[in-house]
Design a protein around this ligand. Structure first.
Ligand code: ADP
Ligand code: MG
Length: 309
């Protein structure tokens, strides 16, 4: 099997989308942009040993490589549309490729995103997805819009991926739900689209709540006070925290891919509706303040959130 057969067999499928004139197969992809929209683009690389281990399945690697990019587009309040895949493979392993391709295709169909191109090379396993989305002009959710008095919210449950990782690195066996939260995250695409009309700022929690919320605060030149007791966590993590008196996992654990966002006053009812229509819990964990910095009530000694260097 050569490179071109590989691309044809595993990375060529189409989603019905009339805005794509040329996808995989030409020198570059060609697609049209509707008037009144802006393009939103993001890229994330997954590397063995950093983002997944050598025992992670092809299915999970594919899912995660697409999901983390979908999550960034969601955090911008945009609609994901197209993506490219640059993949380095140590060798051609057809069963691995089939599992990877099936998983990638399934998730791409679910979110109606078209794989429009990429690059295939030989090398240590490395996957880079670049996602392109669209948003009505000047409607994108930035990090910089939080204002004093806004409420700080998070979606879903925080710390489950981090707790799973903690269990794995301490010789404990996570349950299936926890493993899924780490290996097969759900990007909050629908929620991001709804929040576009409501939130003043938004970020996805990929590196840890404390660090990611701090990015919003810095970009907005504000501070915030949050209460650890209000962070939505699983029952099992509650027990762990009770035993250890350590809130580091929900504060600094990464990989949750929930959204953290700020909402101006007077939007409670709208938020309840959004939570129902998107089928995800939304929890207020604090308030934006004028005085700079993140104040965490109930725990004063977090470890550090994830940083590569
Ligand atoms: P070129 O040499 O002109 O860069 P390539 O041989 O790299 O072209 O790729 C041929 C076509 O296949 C292009 O349309 C490219 O975007 C697409 N392609 C290559 N690798 C992938 C991949 N992993 N996933 C999707 N499309 C790919
Ligand atoms: Mg090329």
């Amino acid at each position: 099997m050569n490179e071109f057969d590989l691309i044809h067999d595993y990375f060529t499928w189409s989603i019905k989308d009339s805005s794509v004139e040329l996808g995989v197969g030409d020198d570059a992809a060609l697609f049209s942009l509707e008037q009144g929209y802006q393009l939103v683009t993001t890229t994330d690389t997954l590397t063995e040993g950093v983002h997944f281990s050598s025992s992670t399945s092809a299915k999970n690697i594919a899912h995660k490589s697409l999901a983390v990019n979908l999550s960034d587009i969601a955090a911008m309040g945009a609609k994901p549309k197209y993506f490219t895949l640059a993949i380095a493979l140590p060798k051609i392993d057809q069963s691995w490729l089939k599992e990877f391709s099936d998983s990638l295709r399934q998730l791409s169909i679910h979110y109606k995103v078209s794989l429009i191109g990429g690059d295939t090379t030989k090398g240590p396993l490395n996957i880079t997805v670049t996602m392109i989305g669209v948003v009505e002009s000047s409607k994108a959710l930035k990090r910089s819009g939080a204002r004093p008095g806004d409420s700080v919210y998070v979606s879903g449950v925080i710390g489950e991926a981090g707790f799973c990782l903690w269990k794995l690195s301490n010789g404990l066996i996570p349950n299936n739900h926890e493993l899924n939260r780490l290996n097969s995250p759900t990007p909050r695409v629908e929620l991001g689209l709804e929040l576009k009309n409501l939130a003043s700022a938004c970020i996805d929690v990929s590196d840890g709540l404390e660090q990611d919320l701090s990015h919003i605060l810095k970009a907005s030149s504000v501070g915030a006070v949050i209460e650890v007791q209000k962070i939505p966590i699983s029952g099992a993590l509650k027990v762990h925290i009770k035993d250890t008196n350590d809130w580091s996992i929900p504060l600094c654990g990464g990989d949750d891919y929930e959204l953290c966002f700020t909402i101006p006053e007077g939007n409670k009812d709208a938020l309840i509706q959004i939570s129902e229509s998107c089928n995800v819990d939304i929890t207020k964990i604090g308030v934006v303040s004028k005085s700079l910095g993140l104040q965490i009530e109930g725990f004063d000694d977090p470890r550090k959130s994830y940083q590569h260097f």
